[in-house]
Design a protein around this ligand. Structure first.
Ligand code: ADP
Length: 161
């Protein structure tokens, strides 16, 4: 069984993330999407909400599961029995940061490798931050996220107004 963990904030999950998850699921027997709880970024959705949103979006993918974690990502990857972690690369700006993290993680645990997927060109510009910024002003985010995520974002901004 080849298992990989895809860690991230997923605040919220976008079509760009989903594309990476689908492609990772073709390469690995099992993919665990892992929502980081203790991120330094201030989140729009709680970790529980992000997990629930992901579960709904990924419910038709039997080899994909969703969990949350805190602490070191490599520790969580090891705990899952996985030997790879997935990350997505959009631009050269992602590359520098991701390379530093991947090197660090490999020094911490040389059994765990980072596998990079290059973004689908369609989603190269897309980030959770962009979705939140447009959603905050009531803009149309339907091209960036699935309908259930769109609903959750619009509701969140409605209740926080
Ligand atoms: P983090 O806070 O860990 O960067 P994100 O949820 O922002 O978490 O992103 C998780 C991973 O998904 C990162 O590797 C990021 O580069 C990748 N990613 C985000 N958006 C896209 C996209 N549109 N296309 C491909 N990969 C993406």
């Amino acid at each position: 069984m080849r298992c990989a963990v895809y860690p991230g904030s997923f605040d919220p999950v976008t079509n760009g993330h989903i594309d990476i998850i689908k492609r990772a699921a073709r390469q690995f027997d099992e993919v665990i999407v892992a929502v980081l709880r203790n991120s330094s970024k201030s989140a729009l959705f709680s970790a529980e909400e992000r997990v629930n949103i992901l579960c709904e979006v990924l419910k038709d993918m039997p080899s994909v599961s969703v969990r949350s974690f805190d602490g070191l990502t490599v520790d969580f990857v090891r705990e899952c029995g996985a030997s790879a972690m997935i990350r997505g690369l959009r631009a050269t700006t992602d590359f520098e940061y991701e390379m530093q993290i991947a090197h660090t993680n490999h020094v911490i645990d040389k059994e765990i490798d980072t596998v990079f997927f290059i973004t689908n060109l369609k989603y190269a510009y897309l980030s959770s931050s962009i979705v939140k910024e447009i959603g905050m002003y009531g803009g149309d985010i339907s091209k960036f996220v699935p309908p259930s995520v769109e609903k959750a974002v619009l509701e969140k901004f409605k209740t926080s107004r």
